[in-house]
Design a protein around this ligand. Structure first.
Ligand SMILES: Cc1cc2nc3c(=O)[nH]c(=O)nc-3n(C[C@H](O)[C@H](O)[C@H](O)COP(=O)(O)OP(=O)(O)OC[C@H]3O[C@@H](n4cnc5c(N)ncnc54)[C@H](O)[C@@H]3O)c2cc1C
Length: 416
């Protein structure tokens, strides 16, 4: 069933009795050509592109909870491609291009909103760094615009320009950046993958990876053993636990990141705004709530909930930027488990175990990467070699020293 204005109208006339479930609820078969572990954005996108681009049909996505219960449904929905380093820029720009055509491609309204992402700067040295970043972006064909204080004031007059502890000097704007409704991304990819025959198996936890003669041959699950020609891990914050089932120890730490939503207010924030003197990012949802977040909680954890000191810290940064939100009430907050890599950049690669492939290390920023991550992981699995866009995201870079340290903070996951 295609979603269109005509299907909406005909269903409305028929009393909305003809809608079919967006995807099937199959029981696992005994074996598949490819099993993807993790029904988040990356796992579902990978399955979709494996079917669509590489023509594979015998694919399963195995998810321990329900589809979208992980970070894909927990993030602050920001998408952008304003990266500096050569390993990153083409990958994230490809992702943004895929976002731009995603809704037509998967026939699903993911509310892609290119409202602009504005990174504020508060010092001369920070401005110089943003000039460098903007120039690097434009050299790669990515849009970037440097604004002075008046330019920022025109876009965001509600920010504190007068009495701020860290006065705003200007900002780097990427107009094509913005937000995408996060859970609709999971649902849209799930439906599109299901339509191409992918089995989406929910409430099915992988508890072991069977390796015979150095080759991964299947996964032990709470619904029994599932044989697999190839296995792709897309488990985000749980990657180190799942990879350990195949004897792999990865350069990852898992940390909690929290997100917050305020009560709804009239339209106020038109772009995504990030605070350059700390770590705070905010946008406004179509329902009027401010959606915002800050730093990770700063200790290792596999819990999907956070702690009070970080909440206080995030609120303080929000007030520092725009005191007008001082009396706004926070309605909801939650946490997700981040797979923090040692250089802040992801890994999409084969592993030393034959037939086992890895997609992880997304840190704070894996939502924007969802389409390109799925695209590149599908390519790596189907062809047994990386796509040009993920060529730099190798697992062995931590041994060879070819790090992609976008933030320049070294192997300190809590700072990425
Ligand atoms: C609060 C917060 C804010 C964020 N904000 C942004 C943002 O604004 N922009 C941005 O680009 N990124 C953001 N991110 C990061 C982004 O959400 C993640 O990097 C990205 O979603 C990770 O990929 P995923 O969607 O596949 O992960 P997930 O949705 O977490 O998918 C992994 C899945 O694997 C499943 N799984 C784990 N173990 C097993 C097992 N043993 N068996 C079966 N299944 C298993 C999990 O249940 C989960 O569903 C944010 C994250 C959080 C938590």
């Amino acid at each position: 069933m295609r979603y269109s204005v005509f299907s909406l109208l005909s269903q409305a006339l028929a009393g909305n009795t003809g809608w079919r479930p967006a995807w099937r609820d199959p029981q696992p078969r005994s074996a598949y050509d490819v099993v993807i572990v993790g029904g988040g954005g990356h796992g579902l996108a990978t399955a979709y592109y494996l079917a669509k681009v590489h023509g594979l049909r015998n694919i399963a996505v195995v998810e321990k909870g329900y589809l979208g219960s992980g970070n894909v449904g927990r993030n602050t929905t920001i998408v952008r491609s304003n990266y500096l380093l050569p390993g990153n820029t083409p990958f994230y720009e490809w992702s943004l291009k895929l976002w731009e055509g995603l809704e037509q491609d998967i026939n699903y309204n993911a509310m892609v909103s290119q409202r602009g992402v504005l990174n504020l700067y508060h010092s001369d040295s920070q401005r110089d760094a943003y000039v460098r970043r903007g120039n690097a972006m434009m050299l790669c064909g990515v849009d970037a615009e440097l604004l002075d204080q008046d330019g920022v004031r025109r876009l965001a007059p509600y920010l504190d320009f007068d009495n701020a502890r860290f006065p705003i000097q200007g900002g780097l704007l990427q107009k094509r950046g913005g937000t995408v409704r996060h859970d609709a991304v999971a649902w849209g990819y799930a439906r599109a993958a299901d339509l191409r025959g992918v089995d989406l198996i929910q409430n099915c936890e992988v508890t072991g990876i069977r390796v015979e003669n150095g080759r991964a041959v299947g996964v032990e699950t709470t619904k029994g053993f599932i044989g697999a020609g190839k296995i792709g891990l897309a488990c985000a914050g749980n990657t180190s636990r799942v990879a350990a089932m195949a004897g792999l120890r990865l350069p990852l730490e898992s940390h909690v990141l929290q997100a917050f939503v305020s009560e709804g207010v009239k339209p106020m924030i038109d772009q995504v705004i990030t605070f350059g003197a700390g770590h705070f990012y905010v946008s406004q949802s179509d329902k009027g709530g401010l959606v915002f977040g800050g730093d990770i909680d700063g200790y290792n954890s596999y819990a999907q909930r956070g702690n009070l000191p970080t909440i206080e810290d995030v609120m303080e940064e929000g007030f520092a930027l725009m005191p007008s939100i001082g009396r706004l009430r926070v309605l909801r907050h939650w946490g997700g488990i981040m797979d923090m890599s040692m250089d802040g950049s992801p890994i999409i690669d084969r592993t030393p175990v034959e037939g086992l492939y890895l997609n992880c290390g997304w840190c704070y920023g894996g939502f924007k990467a969802t389409p390109a991550s799925g695209w590149c992981f599908a390519h790596t699995i189907a062809r047994d070699e990386p796509h040009a866009y993920n060529a730099a995201y190798r697992l062995d870079r931590f041994a060879t020293g070819r790090l992609i340290d976008e933030k320049g903070t070294g192997s300190t996951p809590n700072k990425h």
